[in-house]
Design a protein around this ligand. Structure first.
Ligand SMILES: [Zn+2]
Length: 87
C-alpha cells in the first residue's frame, strides 16, 4: 500500500516521537474529469480522523487524532494507518 502522508506523533506511552505512514483515500468521481483550472478558490477544510497507532517501543496501542487539510476538489474519504516509518 502506498504511503501518502507521513505523520509524526509524540507517543503518549513512551514519550518519544514516532513516524507513521498514512494512506489517504480520496473520493474520486467517475465519469467526469476534474476541471484542472477551477475559477473559484476551493474551501480549505480540516478533516479529523481518530485512529489507533502502535507504539514500536512498548508494542501497545494508543489513540490519536489526525488532522488533514483538504484543499482540492477531491474530498477525503478515509485515512488508514499503515505502520511505523523507520528513520
Ligand atoms: Zn512510543
Amino acid at each position: 500500500m502506498p504511503i501518502d502522508e507521513i505523520l509524526e506523533i509524540k507517543c503518549p506511552l513512551c514519550g518519544k516521537p514516532h513516524r507513521y505512514g498514512l494512506a489517504v483515500e480520496i473520493i474520486t468521481f467517475m465519469g467526469s474529469s476534474p476541471d484542472p483550472t477551477p475559477t473559484f478558490k476551493p474551501n480549505i477544510c480540516i478533516h479529523k480522523f481518530t485512529r489507533l497507532f502502535t507504539c514500536p517501543e512498548k508494542n501497545e496501542e494508543f489513540q490519536a487524532t489526525i488532522k488533514l487539510k483538504e484543499t482540492g476538489r477531491n474530498p477525503i474519504q478515509d485515512v488508514r494507518v499503515i505502520g511505523v516509518v523507520e528513520g
